[in-house]
Design a protein around this ligand. Structure first.
Ligand code: IDP
Ligand code: MG
Length: 153
């Protein structure tokens, strides 16, 4: 099974949407492998958003990501990286499809509720960026046979 990283952004904490957003991933059938609250530093955000460092909004998104603590989550499931990106929706909340998290809760390209890893390579790097090995738990869900056919996992 795949693991992927999700960050509940400061806008989600400020808008009291933590439970609603976590519940989207839970109800889909993903397994929560790790979760914690952290206050992100400019240094870790520079690394996390390095692909945007030439953009005019680089400092602004880093500032927005550090107005308060965030919640980092590691979710696991079959094809979890794509499943979570699909649930998350398009970057700009105004363009994101209804039914997606950003489509349902965001009016903004910046204040767009969650970060989600976009490939197996970035998921592996991002999980290591925010979690130590002992913070990722490999317990089994006892409802796997209700989530998947036995040749799917
Ligand atoms: P993603 O979050 O959908 O993967 P990325 O292109 O990786 O999108 O951008 C990372 C984050 O940077 C976005 O989630 C959003 O918060 C912010 N961002 C992206 N493009 C813009 C923009 O044009 N203006 C302001 N913020 C942006
Ligand atoms: Mg991205």
């Amino acid at each position: 099974m795949e693991k992927t990283l999700v960050i509940l952004k400061p806008c989600t904490i400020q808008r009291s949407l933590i439970g609603e957003i976590v519940s989207r991933f839970e109800k889909k059938g993903l397994r929560l492998a790790g979760m914690k609250m952290i206050w992100l530093s400019d240094e870790i955000l520079s690394e996390h958003y390095a692909h945007l460092k030439e953009k005019p909004f680089f400092q602004r998104i880093k500032d927005a990501m550090s107005v308060c603590p965030v919640i980092v989550c590691c979710w696991e499931g079959v094809d979890a990286i794509n499943v979570v990106r699909t649930l998350t929706g398009a970057t700009n909340g105004r363009n994101a499809a209804p039914g997606t998290i950003r489509g349902d809760y965001s009016m903004s390209v910046q204040e767009n509720i969650v970060h989600a890893s976009d490939s197996p390579e970035t998921a592996a790097i991002e999980i290591k960026r925010f979690f130590s090995d002992t913070e990722i738990y490999d317990y089994k869900l006892n409802n796997l046979s209700s989530l998947y056919a036995n040749d799917e996992f």
